[in-house]
Design a protein around this ligand. Structure first.
Ligand SMILES: Cc1cc2nc3c(=O)[nH]c(=O)nc-3n(C[C@H](O)[C@H](O)[C@H](O)COP(=O)(O)O)c2cc1C
Length: 391
């Protein structure tokens, strides 16, 4: 690696230099004013750890299970669309890094690499994320394709009946593949390493969709297509239907409310991801860490609970576990690593989190990751209220 990488922020800085502007901005932005995007990280940072001493921390164990699958640490790679545009063959590289590390990788519906292609090239089974779209035949086929690829879990994303507006994507004219206007082309040519990689790969469009969904051409105005295809009628009946159709482990993503969490479990969810889509959907929604305790309480152990949103360090992973999550999922953190150095960058990101988690556990006197509890945090339930905040 050409730069000194000490933390995820270092990976972000390199990615910014290496990824074409329109794809870097696609990753590093939230909807509208980006207040929820910022709150995800800043609320995590508000949680102070109880520093403990004299606890014999010679043997720290981070391995655990996620949905019954053994993992080396309680972290997963969240579904991220267009990873194959952030880095050529990005999904394959990220999935390989996750497999080498022993953590789950979730392939997005709107990935560049298709399910079948990833199944051929990944080193381990991966989870598949599904959006509910109007074309239900297409959804049924996607479910069967995920089954045929041996995916051990299906992640249903519920928080996208419409797409949140990201100003930068509009200004940049985001499309896949990028439109070859003079401005667009000069922005791509400013990133020669990326261009060379893209010329070497044939994966340059939505692999799960183009050629599989009706009426979808080769070049897609992303927002335009999303607004045409994504289904606003989605309800808990669809979740129940999907659970029956799929029959395997079902994870419901995008739950921020205790009432919705109960309905998700009643509809058959084996796990819930407390998530506001990384601040990319409802701007003004609370941070996901703030929503976590109430969701965990409502679920009461009937399903596993994961958190994503703003997780940039091992400290953040431990904060999520302390407030009730079984695992934390990362989005931008690994996408920065991917944009910076491909597979090695994702591996570096995971290694950074692992080391930070281990050190934080050590200094908090926690030897087994499964034993994380609110006791790790100073005033865990009033932490957000303390600093003049009345939420
Ligand atoms: C570039 C990008 C693309 C995303 N694409 C998807 C997607 O296709 N499906 C999905 O369910 N979530 C998607 N998400 C949301 C992530 O799964 C996750 O909820 C979010 O990134 C977590 O926040 P973090 O990036 O702060 O870790 C995307 C997020 C980013 C940053």
């Amino acid at each position: 690696m050409s730069a000194v990488i000490t933390c995820v922020e270092d990976l972000r800085a390199v990615a910014r230099k290496r990824v074409p502007r329109l794809f870097y901005d696609y990753v590093d932005s939230g909807s509208w004013s980006e207040s929820t995007y910022r709150a995800n990280a800043s609320d995590l940072a508000r949680l102070n750890f109880c520093q403990r001493v004299g606890c014999n921390v010679a043997d720290i164990r981070m391995d655990t299970r996620i949905l019954g699958q053994p993992v080396s640490m309680p972290v997963g790679l969240a579904p991220a669309g267009l990873a194959g545009m952030v880095h050529p063959d990005g999904e394959i590289l990220a999935a390989r890094a996750a497999a080498a590390f022993g953590v789950p990788y979730v392939l997005s519906t709107v990935s560049i690499c298709s399910i079948e292609d990833l199944a051929r090239h990944a080193a381990a089974p991966f989870w598949f994320q599904l959006y509910v779209m109007k074309d239900r035949d297409f959804i049924e086929r996607l479910v069967e394709r995920a089954r045929a690829a041996g995916c051990p879990a299906l992640v249903l994303t519920m928080d996208l009946p419409i797409q949140g507006q990201r100003h930068k994507d509009i200004r940049n004219g985001l499309s896949v593949p990028p439109r070859m206007t003079l401005r667009g082309l000069s922005a791509l040519l400013a990133r020669p390493r990326w261009c060379a990689g893209m010329l070497r790969t044939s994966r340059r469009t939505f692999g799960n969709i183009v050629g599989h969904a009706k009426g979808v051409g080769d070049t897609l105005g992303f927002s335009e297509w999303v607004s045409r295809q994504f289904d606003r009628t989605v309800s808990w009946d669809d979740v129940q239907w999907l659970k029956q159709r799929w029959g395997g482990k079902l994870v419901v993503k995008g739950v921020m409310d205790a009432r919705d969490a109960r309905r998700a479990v009643d509809a058959g969810a084996d796990a819930i991801i407390v998530s506001n889509h990384g601040g990319r959907q409802l701007d003004g929604a609370p941070s996901s860490i703030r929503a976590l305790p109430a969701v965990a309480q409502a679920v009461g152990g009937r399903a596993e609970i994961y958190l994503d949103g703003g997780v940039r360090s091992g400290q953040d992973v431990l904060r999520a576990l302390a407030l009730g999550a079984n695992a934390a999922f990362i989005g931008r953190a690994y996408m920065y690593g991917l944009g910076a150095y491909g597979q090695a960058g994702v591996a570096r990101c995971l290694d950074i989190l692992r080391r930070e988690l281990e050190s934080t556990m050590t200094l908090c006197g926690l030897t087994r990751v499964q034993d994380a509890s609110p006791d790790l945090i100073v005033n865990p339930y009033t932490a957000f209220k303390q600093q003049g905040d009345h939420a």
